[in-house]
Design a binder for this molecule. Structure first.
Ligand code: HEM
Length: 512
């Protein structure tokens, strides 16, 4: 009996201790919630109350690939600058470009939610303020006008291959329907493989995905989601433990493949005018320091991955969206055909330089990027400890703030008929109905010292691909289910995931 009483009193004291811990835990979170809602320096910014208290809504949206959709809806409801998490704001006004991205001294990139590089060396995308300027100085030579002119010689065969593969695919498929998204991904990946490694992934040739490329993008997606869980230490630890093995299993082969390709390319010497041409004599075997003007071998490898990732899928998505929007509107498609088919005497005349005059092609690409920017996430930066003013708002130190490009580009504060595909708004002598467009807000390649290094190469490649397609083929949007609202309701982890776009392709008799 005594033993039983002892057990009873031990278990009731255990229950009492557990209950007290639970009450204290809840109390702690209640106090935090009240603080974040009422007294936190960000409490003056509008946004959902749950988002002000916890990062759960934003993290859940990231997990589902819908963070852009979530932040867009918050902007729609609460205005141009909103609180999307307890210490995180997003903004959609043009002043943000000047105040956040081109401001000197630089506002630092937020790193907590970024995918960490496979070989632990930081690339342009992830390097901090000490390493980034050194890397950028070296790599920017690979993106000068002269470099791009020389690279064109290497890229030209891929344009030819694209045309022949699309033609062959159309001939073989019922209804001449080809998945345009796949072909655009293949050419942009092959080009990036060639310029980064000196050899392509042979996707166009083999008409087959490459396992390394697939693993790389999967790894990036998991890395992005896992990094976003860092505000929830327990969950972060559980997910990391579960995926650690899986992640490690992928990370090793990805890192080995790229190291091997870099070594093979380096063995060819500096002559080939690709990206490595500008790095090969700058490789130092010792660790680079702040004063060092070189790159380590690991940095060359990690930058090759960054360039392949940024330089392939993004133009691929823009090309596919451009074709999708254009084919929905016969009058736009006709104007595009008129421009391309009357500007050249032969297909051989279509190149980087000659396509700079194609104003309508450029207008289509810009309008597609406005409506469907390939990387719809906000470009997160973190304010210095002393705080910072953005568009007249005082933002306290250590706040994450980013331009939500998707919301900015698609809102009626910034554009007339914001959801309509109207390339005309980008023409130099555009109609007065677009005079209220806030064109400054449209910076699809970001701004300042961390803007897109590949902007000119990306535009040149996209112009030629569109021109070569229109020169060679008549295109029609297939009535396939996936083509309906192709750009709506997509999932994005850093960039949109792949989705097929079926296009009926008829070779033109006149093309030669
Ligand atoms: C339609 C095509 C493209 C779009 C819309 C695009 C967009 C962007 C944006 C918005 C950023 C800024 C990211 C940030 O601040 O976090 C960026 C950075 C970058 N992009 Fe692009 N990009 C495109 C094509 C390319 C191409 C073709 C390449 C390479 C060949 C490239 C390489 C890079 C790199 C390396 C960075 C990081 C630059 C740095 O931090 O110094 N991108 N891009």
């Amino acid at each position: 009996m005594e033993a039983f009483n002892g057990l009873l009193s031990t278990s009731s004291s255990t229950i009492a201790i557990t209950s007290s811990i639970c009450v204290l835990y809840l109390l702690y979170h209640a106090v935090i919630a009240v603080y974040r809602l009422q007294f936190h320096p960000l409490s003056k910014f509008p946004g959902p109350r749950f988002a002000a208290v916890s990062r759960i809504p934003l993290t859940w949206a990231v997990f589902r690939g819908k963070s852009y959709d979530y932040t867009d809806r918050v902007h729609e409801r609460y205005g141009p600058i909103v609180r999307v998490a307890p210490t995180e704001l997003t903004i959609r006004t043009s002043a943000a470009w000047k105040d956040i991205y081109t401001h000197r001294p630089q506002i630092q990139k937020e790193s907590a939610n970024q995918t960490q590089p496979v070989n632990r060396a930081q690339s342009l995308l992830t390097a901090d303020e000490q390493d980034h300027p050194r890397q950028r100085r070296i790599l920017s030579h690979a993106f000068s006008d002269k470099a791009i002119r020389e690279q064109e010689r290497l890229i030209q065969p891929y344009f030819d291959l694209l045309v022949s593969r699309v033609r062959r695919d159309a001939e073989r498929r019922p209804g001449n329907k080809v998945n345009m998204s796949k072909w655009f991904n293949y050419i942009t990946l092959d080009v990036m493989g060639d310029l980064s490694f000196g050899e392509s992934f042979h996707l166009l040739e083999n008409d087959e995905d490459n396992q390394w490329v697939t693993d790389l993008f999967l790894h990036t997606r998991y890395g992005h989601v896992t990094a976003n869980l860092s505000s929830f230490p327990l969950l972060h630890w559980i997910v990391k433990s579960i995926f650690l093995k899986l992640g490690a299993a992928k990370r090793g082969p990805i890192a080995r493949f790229v190291a091997d390709r870099i070594a093979r390319r380096a063995a060819l010497g500096a002559e080939r005018p690709d990206f490595m041409h500008y790095q090969i004599n700058r490789i130092s075997e010792k660790d680079a320091t702040r004063d060092d003007e070189g790159l380590t071998r690991a940095e060359v490898a990690t930058n090759a991955i960054a360039l392949i990732m940024a330089g392939s899928k993004l133009p691929g998505i823009v090309l596919t969206a451009s074709v999708y929007y254009t084919l929905q509107r016969p009058e736009i498609y006709q104007k595009l055909c008129d421009e391309v088919r009357t500007n050249f005497h032969s297909e051989q005349d279509i190149n980087f330089a000659s396509t700079t005059d194609l104003k309508y092609v450029l207008a289509i690409l810009n309008e597609a990027m406005r409506l469907h920017h390939p990387t719809p996430a906000h470009l997160a930066r973190i304010t210095p400890p002393s705080g910072h003013t953005v568009d007249g708002h005082w933002i306290p130190g250590n706040t994450t703030i980013g331009m939500q490009m998707n919301a900015a580009n698609r809102c009626s504060d910034n554009f007339v008929e914001p959801l309509a595909f109207l390339p005309e708004r980008w023409l130099p002598d555009c109609d007065s109905r677009f005079s209220k467009d806030n064109k400054e807000v449209f910076q699809p390649f970001s701004a300042g010292p961390r803007n897109c290094i590949g902007q000119r190469l990306g535009y040149a490649e996209m112009r030629v691909v569109i021109a070569r397609m229109i020169w060679n083929f008549d295109l029609e949007l297939g009535a396939d289910k996936g083509n309906i609202n192709y750009t709506e309701n997509r999932r994005a982890w850093i960039m949109y995931e792949d989705k097929a776009l079926m296009v009926k392709v008829t070779p033109r008799a006149m093309a030669a």
